[in-house]
Design a protein around this ligand. Structure first.
Ligand SMILES: Nc1nc2c(ncn2[C@@H]2O[C@H](COP(=O)(O)OP(=O)(O)O)[C@@H](O)[C@H]2O)c(=O)[nH]1
Ligand SMILES: [Mg+2]
Length: 312
């Protein structure tokens, strides 16, 4: 497809490009050849937290906030557990708000088929497509429960972790390593009892971990149902973007992510080649047969096979 069609004004072209990415179609590389030079300007926001924390509700309130400031917003909902939940619900919610005719909002839910690394690879590509299409802000919504989600959320410039009163999920998310990557902690469901308690828990955790004020994550209390704190949350996101730009971290993050992406893609490619290689070397007189009959060691076999695949 022609990348000149890729603009927020053309949701059909965006959908087509995202489908190429989602299916890991052979056109992905030539698509990315065209997309990548146009990326780098969107502010990528990650929203993570336990199921039911209110992520989708927050996203839909944030869309309103950002649209009110004339910022175009793209949303990618990644749901590793189910291809049908999260994203679809978010889509419905937003449609209820009647953003459906607004081309300044684009929502796509991504099923996370395939391997662990596969989710972050395709999410990164989806982000690149929305970035190249001219969205000012890209929100990635993901459930914060495992290692693959930590990988996905690290695609974001600004990572926010959503916690709720009395949910007991704070400890759980801490274990998953999500707490360490949080730039902003959102205490949602402020309207429910127990919000103060979780606020104190987070405060004391941050007191313990951060002595330098400039790196200390912000805490924002919200209620996605009443709209309380949403304006402040939008401000805190934008302040964080400005901080990244002022400190040069913005460019650093883009470079770090590109380096990591190359490595991940090499891993994918070599993984496929290795599987083929192993298949080729089975059977009579093969290297793997020689290992089986103890004529050569696994170590020698590995060196021979690596040399074959790497041309070394
Ligand atoms: N009381 C209250 N309920 C909320 C709030 N935000 C979301 N919810 C409700 O919590 C449930 C889960 O919300 P959802 O946005 O789907 O959570 P997600 O799984 O994190 O995306 C829904 O029933 C929401 O209406 C809030 O601030 N206060
Ligand atoms: Mg959701």
């Amino acid at each position: 497809m022609e990348v000149t069609e890729l603009t927020w004004k053309n949701p059909r072209a965006i959908a087509k490009a995202l489908t190429i990415v989602e299916n890991n179609d052979e056109q992905v590389t030539s698509l990315m050849d065209q997309v990548y030079p146009k990326t780098g300007t969107s502010h990528i926001i990650g929203i993570t937290g336990a199921p039911g924390a209110g992520k989708s509700s927050l996203v839909s309130s944030l869309i309103k906030q950002f649209r009110g400031r004339d910022l175009k917003v793209g949303i990618i909902a990644v749901d590793p557990s189910s291809p049908f939940s999260g994203g679809a619900i978010l889509g419905d919610r937003v449609r209820m708000q009647d953003h459906s005719l607004d081309k300044g909002v684009y929502i796509r839910s991504m099923a996370s088929r395939g391997s662990l690394g596969g989710v972050s690879v395709s999410t990164r590509e989806a982000v690149a497509i929305l970035d190249a299409s001219g969205f000012d802000i890209i929100i990635i919504e993901t459930v914060g429960v495992g290692q693959s989600e930590v990988e996905v959320i690290q695609i974001a410039d600004t990572v926010s972790v959503v916690l709720t009163p009395n949910s007991g999920d704070s400890i759980q998310t801490m274990k998953a390593g999500i707490m360490e990557v949080g730039d902003i902690f959102v205490i949602n469901k402020l309207d429910l009892p127990g919000a103060d308690k979780i606020l104190r828990e987070i405060e004391s955790m941050l007191d313990f971990h951060y002595h330098d004020d400039t790196e200390r994550p912000e805490i924002v209390s919200t209620s996605a149902v009443s709209g309380q704190g949403i304006n402040e949350l939008a401000n805190v996101f934008i302040d964080h973007k400005n901080l990244l730009k002022d400190t040069g971290r913005w460019e650093e993050l883009r470079n770090e992510r590109a380096q990591k992406q190359v490595l991940e893609l090499i891993r994918q490619d070599l993984g496929r080649k290795l599987e083929l290689l192993m298949e080729r070397h089975q059977g009579e007189d093969s290297i793997m047969e020689q290992v089986k009959t103890q004529q050569i060691s696994p170590h020698r076999a590995a060196i021979k096979l690596v040399n074959e695949v790497m041309g070394g």
